[in-house]
Design a protein around this ligand. Structure first.
Ligand SMILES: Cc1cc2nc3c(=O)[nH]c(=O)nc-3n(C[C@H](O)[C@H](O)[C@H](O)COP(=O)(O)OP(=O)(O)OC[C@H]3O[C@@H](n4cnc5c(N)ncnc54)[C@H](O)[C@@H]3O)c2cc1C
Length: 288
């Protein structure tokens, strides 16, 4: 299928992109890697009158360290996240997560900003940015604001990014030394999207009990979420004894999605099983 007709604009800077978005209003849409937007346009589920291509804005395409945080530009591709030495050293779970997105072509084109702004319920990054408690910078002509990952995902494909705004950066505070990590997913066999994906971080105290646990889950419900009931059930406990019982809370209070790939019951069971496995891997990788 061909998309409906549209006008193409290439922005050279964030300022120019924001000015274009303001000018086009509801008719304007940002184009980053195009790997989610173009399929929607071909199906005519999206019919923007104006596409603002941000692919040439170099200031959005870097990974840098700033005040102890790792800051990833909105235009950084999944492949660049996966391969970055800084990300591998400081945010190994994010690198692991990026390496499991789609295939190499998708990873070479798709961007972290596009994935988070699109907020597909089966996307991988949302689980990781929730577990890592990232802060997402959103810019508009009126100014910028930082939104905590926990407050960023609002509903199915709905985020804190409003029309006319641009997701410019994702900032990650340092992960405490000795923290074990894991991102695991049950892949949709054709696309590789997460039928369920679980990001887990576990830090142990000197006695080998859980000192800090963070769990983000994607694919289960309409939006990715922090599994705080799982985290609370494991806090202060020995992973070997408590992980199974804690993981049993993974789908608690979530209205699980059901489609031709997986029923709600199957997704909930996947969430429990993958949460247990991700926690076991993270605990095994943690150094007390
Ligand atoms: C075959 C295939 C397999 C895939 N498999 C996976 C998978 O396994 N896991 C996974 O997570 N994803 C998967 N994806 C999705 C892929 O990761 C997309 O690239 C990503 O979700 C969107 O990023 P993009 O840069 O392509 O965004 P685009 O498609 O360009 O944009 C997506 C949406 O976000 C908006 N947008 C883009 N950038 C910004 C920004 N900086 N600020 C504000 N709004 C913005 C656009 O206006 C649009 O609405 C797959 C895609 C394909 C085609």
């Amino acid at each position: 299928m061909f998309p409906a007709s549209f006008e193409y604009h290439r922005a050279a800077s964030v300022k120019e992109a924001l000015a274009m978005l303001q000018q086009f209003g509801e008719e304007g849409k940002i184009l980053a890697g195009g790997h989610s937007l173009i399929p929607l346009m071909k199906l005519r589920l999206a019919q923007p009158g104006h596409l603002v291509d941000i692919g040439g804005i170099r200031e959005l395409a870097s990974i840098r360290e700033e005040g102890g945080r790792v800051v990833i530009g909105g235009l950084v591709t999944h492949r660049a996240v996966e391969a970055s030495a800084v990300v591998q050293a400081k945010l190994a779970m994010l690198s692991e997560c990026a390496s499991l997105i789609g295939d190499v072509q998708v990873r070479n084109r798709g961007t972290i900003g596009g994935s988070l702004a699109h907020a597909d319920p089966a996307a991988d990054y949302p689980a990781a940015v929730l577990a890592l408690e990232a802060e997402i910078k959103i810019e508009a002509t009126a100014g910028s604001r930082a939104v905590k990952a926990d407050e960023f995902f609002l509903d199915l494909m709905t985020t804190a990014v409003m029309p006319g705004e641009l997701l410019t950066e994702v900032a990650f505070a340092p992960v405490p030394a000795g923290t074990g990590f894991s991102y695991l997913k049950h892949r949709q066999p054709a696309s590789g999207f997460a039928m369920v994906g679980v990001a887990a971080l576990v830090k142990l105290d000197k006695q080998g009990n859980c000192d800090r646990v963070r769990v983000g889950i994607t694919g289960l419900g309409p939006k990715a979420f922090r599994a705080k009931a799982v985290e609370g059930a494991l806090q202060g406990k020995a992973p070997a004894q408590a992980t199974g019982a804690a993981a049993a809370h993974a789908a608690e209070g979530i209205d699980a999605l059901s489609d031709l790939h997986a029923s709600a019951e199957f997704r909930a069971e996947l969430a429990r099983v993958y949460t247990r496995r991700a926690l076991e891997t993270a605990a095994a990788r943690a150094q007390a």
